[in-house]
Design a protein around this ligand. Structure first.
Ligand code: UDP
Length: 369
């Protein structure tokens, strides 16, 4: 008999939710992570009494009451609503695109005026079957919004021309004819009071965790420890890059402590212009309405990905998707391994989606036993 029922490779949200559910069912789990901390990309570091989102802004939102109740078991959530601003050619605009933005762009004061303006622009610049991100954006919002708030940000973020990017990336930008700056449409939203580590601690309570532990350093040994493996790392690495490497977009974060109380008056400010090398500045204290004397800001620089860098955004273009489907096929044949999460599924998941996916896979796993 092996020492553990499950070896969970990666202490991110997928692995931790899976480990929590398995433990509840009486299974013995070991969670290993190559980093020196748990929690994956939701990890927060407390600096100057401020919870710093180490791997970029994480704002929890969901429409699903079950998922909302699930996370609320581990922490109480505050009433933070994400309302980012975008700085373009020296002027600030509200996001997502809403009546405030239209007023700032064109001076429109009514939804009828704004709709007319956008419809005219779509007629003039839109196309019937958008083949790339630029055509998609022009067909959804017209030229002015595309030029002021989308084109340069997007090209900076992805390091490619908007005409060479797939259209689906932009489909998640909502357009609204009300004066509502809430970035998300979901019913539930907030930041855990005390930071995301409270959620991770709750999930991992009573579970053995080994940090600074890389599965690939001694794969045979780790595989011998448990009946089943839950793998949340890169799927191509798991299969020794048999079909070639999957590509990602990376990010570099530059964090500073500033001797001022309030730097930008908002948690998230996007920087549209291409001549500014970062895409956004996060001022962490505003996620929790902090009143500390100092503030901490992080500039987010998009970067080309190489294998020693963190993999943030999968590049879900045709070539990579094709490669991924070959890996996926192999994964379906690996009966004693469960693959889950952003890196193992090569998919840009939000937190609520990862939790739903982990709960779903746990359910299937424990029902069939
Ligand atoms: N985007 C944009 N302008 C902005 C913010 C976003 O054009 O000010 C586009 C951009 O193409 C980006 C996509 O919308 O890749 C999704 O951005 P979002 O900030 O919603 O997602 P995140 O990068 O935080 O996952």
């Amino acid at each position: 008999m092996k020492k553990y029922d499950y070896l969970i490779v990666g202490s991110g949200l997928f692995g931790n939710v899976f480990a929590h559910e398995a433990t509840k069912k009486g299974k013995k789990c070991l969670v290993i992570d190559k980093r020196n901390h748990f929690g994956g990309n939701i990890y927060c570091e407390n600096i100057e009494d401020i919870n710093v989102h180490k791997y970029g802004a994480h704002i929890f939102h969901t429409n699903d009451k079950y998922i909302w109740d699930y996370v609320n078991q581990f922490a109480e959530f505050n009433n933070y609503i994400n309302s980012p601003l975008s700085l373009s050619k020296g002027k600030l605009y509200n996001l997502p695109f809403n009546m405030n933005t239209f007023y700032q762009l064109w001076g429109c004061t009514t939804p009828t005026e704004a709709k007319q303006k956008i419809d005219n622009q779509i007629k003039e610049f839109g196309v019937e079957n958008p083949q790339n991100l630029e055509e998609q954006a022009l067909s959804l919002v017209g030229k002015d919004i595309y030029k002021s708030l989308i084109k340069e940000y997007t090209e900076k973020q992805w390091g490619r021309k908007a005409t060479e990017l797939p259209a689906f990336i932009i489909k998640r930008l909502p357009v609204r004819f009300t004066f509502d700056n809430n970035y998300f449409n979901d019913k539930y939203q907030g930041i855990p009071i005390g930071g995301y580590n409270k959620i991770t601690e709750g999930l991992l309570k009573g579970i053995e965790v080994q940090l600074n532990t890389n599965f690939f350093d001694d794969r045979t040994y780790y595989e011998s420890l448990a009946d089943k493996i839950v793998f949340t790392g890169k799927i191509d690495e798991y299969f020794n890059y048999e079909f070639g490497k999957l590509e990602y977009r990376s990010l570099r974060f530059e964090t500073e402590i500033l001797d001022t109380e309030n730097f930008q008056g908002n948690a998230v400010v996007n920087y549209n212009d291409l001549n500014i090398p970062f895409t956004r500045i996060i001022e962490h204290k505003h996620f929790e309405f902090g009143k500390q004397k100092k503030t901490i800001v992080t500039k987010e620089y998009p970067e080309n990905w190489t294998s020693e860098k963190e993999a943030y955004y999968p590049i879900n273009d045709e070539v990579n998707q094709k490669k991924y489907s070959q890996y996926k096929e192999l994964s379906l044949k690996s009966k004693d391994v469960i693959f889950g999460g952003r890196l193992a599924e090569y998919k840009y998941y939000d937190m609520h989606q990862i939790i739903a996916s982990a709960l779903n896979k746990s359910k299937i796993e424990h029902e069939t036993k």
